[in-house]
Design a protein around this ligand. Structure first.
Ligand SMILES: Nc1ncnc2c1ncn2[C@@H]1O[C@H](COP(=O)(O)OP(=O)(O)OP(=O)(O)O)[C@@H](O)[C@H]1O
Ligand code: SF4
Ligand SMILES: [Mg+2]
Length: 386
């Protein structure tokens, strides 16, 4: 697929976008670098602080999982960093840099600041370099257009050299990648099942060989069997084509099977970040532990399903201290007064925002947050550490 990619770096430069710079090791390693990104909805007393100071990097050709309950800010985060955020949503701080690599020389990288990019720059990088399958993807296909026209439009806009029959052939190839017959191109969306529509959206997202694919809960509306099949297909496609992926879900057990690294969001902030296997085997934030105890594991040791008592905070209200304190079984006085920063957990390479794990904590870490579980041994995507 990569042979069809054009050198967007050169084109961006010619059009006055962010100039190519000497590629830094970080830009070569990470396809996306997000720092201190904050988003709110509305103004004044009704302002909802949906995302606070989120910093994360997506390493090339890896899967970053984003987990968290409903309302934790997962979709807002990806809308903001792909600039699909609509009013009353506003990016109130931070930036997201997409490091666009040259297909001829992957060491040459052009950073594109997605937070400040013009609409023209965004049109050049969307689909070709970063594509997104939205949470509402099942309804995203135009009901009065045949599936083939959706593919034709994307290919005609971004691959002008392709003839009509080339575009048709390419669309059929893309459908085949996700296990759909070419005759589906002549169908309307209502003639496809939910799983087939979702596969169609995934094929469209891969149409231009992007470096980064963002999937916002792509399988949540589907039955468990179809969900499983699509996750397996996605893992295979990723390892075959080498794109990086941000995969959002509230089901942490599912994510552990697909992701290389996971960030857990609560009330708009990242509360834990770790290698997927490590996060599963040894959750260190009480909220991560609660999430893992909310879903049955697909493989591995059984955990008692207890869920998380209470509900997430009102993001329009001013909060003091740790936002998880009202639901946390381990909350201390300090938790209600001061908000814990996301800080490295020793030299483990992972980070957690919890006063229990700070270097100077005088409180011993509670047993459930100090133990290790057996890591699932089922079929997993390449790259998942076991
Ligand atoms: N258009 C909007 N106007 C006001 N508030 C909004 C808007 N969209 C989202 N929010 C609020 O922002 C917060 C984060 O919402 P978001 O949709 O990002 O959560 P999520 O983690 O994706 O949830 P889900 O798992 O249900 O998709 C929530 O409190 C939500 O109510
Ligand atoms: S900082 Fe305190 S309230 Fe927050 S998660 Fe840690 S122990 Fe619980
Ligand atoms: Mg969402």
């Amino acid at each position: 697929m990569s042979t069809s990619r054009v050198d967007v770096g050169d084109r961006l430069e010619r059009h006055g976008a962010t100039p190519a710079r000497e590629s830094t090791p970080s830009a070569r390693a990470f396809v996306l670098e997000v720092s201190d990104l904050s988003v709110h909805y509305g103004v004044d007393a009704n302002m909802v602080r949906a995302v606070h100071d989120v910093t994360l990097n997506v390493r090339r050709s890896t899967v970053l999982g984003v987990a968290g309950e409903s309302g934790s800010g997962k979709s807002t985060l990806v809308y903001a960093l792909t600039r699909l955020l609509r009013a009353p949503g506003v990016i109130s701080g931070g930036q997201a840099i997409l490091n666009v690599s040259s297909p001829d020389d992957p060491t040459q990288v052009t950073p594109v600041n997605l937070t400040t990019a013009s609409e023209r720059e965004l049109r050049r990088v969307r689909w070709s370099h970063v594509s997104i399958v939205l949470q509402s993807a099942l309804n995203a296909l135009n009901p009065v257009r045949r599936i083939g026209r959706e593919f034709d439009e994307v290919l005609r806009t971004h691959r002008r050299s392709l003839s009509r029959s080339d575009r048709r052939r390419r669309a059929a190839e893309l459908l085949a990648l996700v296990g759909l017959e070419p005759d589906r191109l002549d169908r309307f969306p209502h003639e496809l099942s939910g799983g087939q529509r979702q596969r169609t959206m995934i094929a469209l997202a891969l149409a231009l060989d992007p470096e980064l694919v963002v999937m916002d809960e792509p399988t949540t509306a589907l039955d468990v069997v179809t969900q499983r099949e699509i996750i397996t297909e996605l893992a295979e496609l990723r390892s075959r084509f080498g794109f990086a992926m941000i995969f959002i879900t509230h089901d942490l057990s599912l994510l552990v099977e697909l992701a290389d690294e996971i960030v857990v969001m609560y009330a708009g902030s990242i509360v834990e970040r770790a290698n997927a296997g490590e996060l599963y085997a040894a959750p260190r934030h009480p909220y991560t532990l609660g999430l893992l105890e909310s879903f049955p594991p697909l493989h591995g040791e059984r955990r008692e399903l207890t869920g998380i008592a209470g509900s997430p905070p009102d993001l329009a209200a001013e909060s003091v201290g740790c936002s998880f304190a009202p639901r946390c079984p381990f909350a201390m006085d300090r938790c209600r007064a001061e908000s814990p920063p996301l800080a490295p957990l020793g030299d483990t390479g992972r980070s957690v925002a919890c006063w229990l794990h700070t270097e100077h904590s005088v409180v011993p870490v509670p047993a459930p947050l100090a133990r290790r579980w057996t890591v699932p041994s089922g079929p997993a995507a390449p790259g998942v550490s076991r």
